[in-house]
Ligand binder design. Structure first.
Ligand code: HEC
Ligand code: HEC
Ligand code: HEC
Ligand code: HEC
Length: 341
């Protein structure tokens, strides 16, 4: 009896204190999340955004100030320097300006010597210089051949690197979480994985689609069973990839699909077509630029199964529907937009 009374008194006191504190501490309301309509009314095709996470993303996506324009006149870099294979047609000032920008974008802490032998800048004996030369060509290729995806906004080294030699978001062949004895075969899934937004879908949806060219399909166009070649694994890979899309761009499925039919292109918003090109673009740079660089990389730069770190949607997007909120850095560095090999 006495204990019951004591507990009631304590509870009343606690409630009174909280209420009084609530009155005096002012506004306890959290800023509400905002939903913006993407499709026709009544379809629930909405993108929900949270002002708090948005503010954090804005801070992470500030673009560095461009260097002042350089004098385009005078002799060409190819005439001045010994071993310039990609940027030969720049003037000396333009060349130096680009080297300074690249240093800020890729190795601000380490400086020029991250890629150069200080005895002789023309030497190719530092592996990062060999990689960087190919990255220059890759960036030119992205900007000139993949406008279906990157538009005229384009990309620079900063889009992926953001001031670090190894981009924050890369993928490699994943051995997965350690297998508990007696659990059986996880079949490369069935454990929450970051790569697929903590779902238990296959934790490597990238090898089949962003390196190999498997079909991204769930729905069959023919009746069962004769022509249906969509396996359960293919379905799970597809959903895994879709989780990655949503997570990398900070959007939900309805940004690209009318969920009445995920399959139907007619009902999909235009962003889905941009994404379609993005898949092919990521595969192109992985297969033709990054994977062939493997012999250049030292062992400690390779993934646990010995492959190179590769590009997926998050490498450029980093949580935002347009990388760096669509800022056009390329216009200040037009040499990165030339059509390269
Ligand atoms: C991220 C790698 C990287 C960084 C950092 C870098 N460079 Fe370079 N540098 C290169 C590449 C790649 C080439 C060759 C370009 C080509 O083949 O067109 C090059 C070539 C040069 C050359 C021409 C050398 C010759 O005779 O062939 C000079 C000079 C140079 N860089 C100066 C600098 C300076 C100064 C800095 C620092 C402000 C710097 N670089 C930072 C990658 C880098
Ligand atoms: C589409 C994304 C993307 C763009 C654009 C890009 N890179 Fe890279 N870069 C990568 C990836 C992925 C790696 C692989 C990281 C690894 O295996 O260490 C890499 C690796 C490198 C490395 C090796 C770093 C190290 O420590 O091993 C250098 C140097 C480099 N990039 C320079 C550049 C330069 C210079 C540019 C611009 C001309 C550029 N990158 C543009 C994605 C990109
Ligand atoms: C950034 C755009 C984008 C987002 C976000 C996105 N998708 Fe997709 N989705 C695509 C594209 C593009 C394809 C077609 C790929 C192809 O044909 O190469 C596709 C294909 C699919 C398919 C296969 C349809 C078929 O033909 O069998 C399904 C199912 C699907 N998405 C579900 C989802 C789900 C579920 C989500 C949310 C978790 C989602 N998507 C988020 C772009 C997106
Ligand atoms: C090399 C960097 C890069 C990679 C990798 C990349 N994107 Fe993009 N993406 C961009 C740029 C740059 C834009 C903005 C283009 C513009 O301003 O018109 C963009 C725009 C988009 C848009 C249109 C957004 C809108 O609101 O209109 C979608 C959708 C998209 N990307 C999806 C993807 C998907 C899905 C992947 C992975 C398969 C991917 N991207 C990989 C650079 C990249």
């Amino acid at each position: 009896m006495k204990i019951g009374f004591a507990i009631t008194v304590v509870l009343v006191v606690v409630l009174v204190v909280f209420n009084v504190a609530g009155v005096f501490l002012g506004d306890w309301d959290r800023t509400p999340v905002v939903a913006s309509q993407q499709g026709y009314r009544g379809l629930g095709m909405e993108v929900v955004s949270n002002p708090r996470t948005n503010a954090a993303l804005r801070r992470l996506n500030v673009v560095p100030e461009p260097y002042p324009p350089a004098d385009p006149g005078g002799p060409r870099a190819s005439q001045i320097y010994e071993n310039v294979q990609v940027l030969g047609d720049l003037s000396e000032e333009e060349f130096t300006r680009l080297m300074s920008a690249i240093t800020d974008w890729v190795s601000p802490e380490e400086g020029c010597l991250y890629c150069h032998n200080d005895e002789n800048l023309a030497d190719d004996d530092v592996y990062t210089k060999v990689v960087a030369r190919r990255m220059l060509q890759m960036t030119q290729h992205l900007n000139s051949q993949w406008q279906d995806h990157v538009g005229t906004t384009g990309v620079t080294c900063y889009t992926c690197h953001r001031g670090r030699p190894v981009p924050a978001e890369v993928w490699f062949k994943d051995p997965g979480p350690r297998q508990a004895v007696g659990i059986g075969n996880r079949a490369e899934q069935n454990a929450p994985a970051d790569s697929v937004a903590l779902s238990s879908l296959p934790y490597d949806p990238f090898s089949p689609f962003l390196s190999d060219a498997r079909e991204i399909r769930v729905a069959s166009t023919v009746a069962l069973p004769s022509g249906n070649r969509r396996s359960i694994k293919q379905t799970e890979w597809t959903y895994g990839l879709m989780m990655h899309f949503s997570q990398s761009l900070g959007v939900n499925c309805t940004y690209c699909h009318n969920t009445r039919s995920f399959f139907s292109w007619d009902a999909s918003p235009p962003q889905r077509s941009v994404a379609w090109h993005g898949i092919r673009m990521a595969r192109d740079v992985n297969v033709n630029y990054i994977e062939p660089l493997k012999p250049s990389f030292p062992e400690h730069r390779l993934g646990p199964l010995g492959d190179v770190l590769k590009v997926n949607c998050a490498t450029c997007h980093q949580g935002v529907n347009k990388p760096l909120y669509g800022a056009n850095m390329l216009q200040d560095y037009p040499s990165l937009a030339r059509s390269g090999p």
